[in-house]
Design a protein around this ligand. Structure first.
Ligand code: PEP
Ligand code: MN
Length: 344
């Protein structure tokens, strides 16, 4: 349920309503807007049956949200959420996710040695990418495959940020690491294998670090939004939802990048929407066309795997663009963005 407040509702009116909601056994979640504020009521709404909410001073109307996710829904917040990430060196322009500018995030699948990360950062900056991605903790299908550099990987990412200014996104897989990763990273990633790891979602929800939440490998759009709701319901309102391909009967590509999800998500949620064409197709030569398609259908952020020499990448080399391929993709992305009135 959403309680829409009158434009002239006072702080005391809001406090009284919040108090009453708590007394009824639910949790108020107040969102202050420029014109008016709304209070989302979180919890078992059946407790509100026949409760006289609309008679409270300051209340304009009461809306029941039919969808199972509330805080993530467009009904709760009509204006698109924007997330600002500070630049990693003094004076740099912050990265604004969810605005007119499409944010491109590039980097290897796994954190590589500093010289490789540095070389990657250089061509990211030269081509207009705004953030670095790389996994320090890797969710590998095989327990015998490279598992990532761990804490050392985080240190490398922080070092490259200090040198170049590029903020970074990196995955967290274990609730015990959440505090540390959230402290160091600019955005924490929840991978496709953990989209419904509810303890992990609640743990990142308790931090205030932005979260990039991948869609589950066989997850529906609604399940993705329910997972976002877990994070939001813990008080972290900085969530980016990411289409990264789903498992279908099709074998020609690693996954099927479901670009239908982009306009659907833009309608259903106020959260920024990301597209990961690398895991979506799994084959380097198809990544750029799908990146362009992702921008064309409304993605706010692209997450793309790139490495100066994909043949030597410690993971996902087959879907990784080299510097020249990445640059060509960026040229295309810029053209598509301009065609739909956005920039890169
Ligand atoms: C990744 O981004 O490197 C990754 C492992 O992604 P996903 O969880 O989508 O497979
Ligand atoms: Mn990968």
């Amino acid at each position: 349920m959403i309680i829409v407040l009158k434009p002239d509702a006072t702080a005391a009116d809001v406090a009284r309503i919040e108090q009453q909601i708590r007394e009824w056994g639910l949790r108020p979640h107040t969102s202050v807007g420029t014109e008016r504020s709304v209070i989302g009521v979180i919890g078992d709404e059946s407790l509100l049956a026949n409760k006289p909410i609309d008679v409270f001073p300051g209340v304009e109307s009461v809306m029941r949200i039919q969808k199972p996710y509330k805080l993530a829904s467009r009904e709760f917040r009509a204006a698109s959420t924007r997330i600002s990430i500070p630049w990693g060196t003094p004076g740099g322009e912050p990265v604004d996710i969810g605005g007119d500018r499409v944010v491109v995030v590039g980097g290897p699948c796994s954190v590589e040695q500093p010289d490789i990360m540095r070389a990657t950062a250089e061509y990211l900056l030269a081509t207009g990418a705004r953030m670095l991605r790389a996994g320090a903790f890797k969710p590998r299908t095989s327990p015998y495959a490279f598992q990532g550099l761990g804490v050392e990987g985080l240190r490398i990412l922080a070092e490259i940020r200090a040198e170049t200014g590029l903020p970074f996104i990196t995955e967290v897989m274990d609730t015990r690491d959440v505090e540390m990763v959230a402290e160091m990273a600019d955005v924490v990633q929840i991978g496709a294998r953990n989209t419904q790891n509810f303890s992990l979602l609640k743990a990142v929800g308790r931090t205030r670090t932005p979260v990039l939440l991948k869609r589950g490998i066989s997850g529906t759009i609604e399940e993705l939004l329910m997972s976002a709701e877990y994070i939001l319901s813990q008080g972290n309102d900085k969530v980016i939802v990411c289409e990264r391909g789903i498992r279908t009967f099709e074998k020609a590509t690693r996954n099927t990048l479901d670009l239908n999800a982009v306009p659907v998500l833009k309608k259903l949620t106020h959260l920024p929407v990301a597209v990961d064409p690398s895991h979506g197709v799994g084959i380097a030569e198809f990544v750029a066309p799908m990146a362009l398609a992702g921008v064309a259908c409304g993605a706010d952020l692209l997450l793309v795997e790139t490495h100066p020499d994909p043949r030597t990448a410690t993971s996902d080399g087959a879907q990784t663009l080299d510097a020249a391929q990445f640059k060509r993709m960026m040229d295309g992305v810029r053209g598509v963005a301009a065609a739909i009135g956005r920039t890169v």
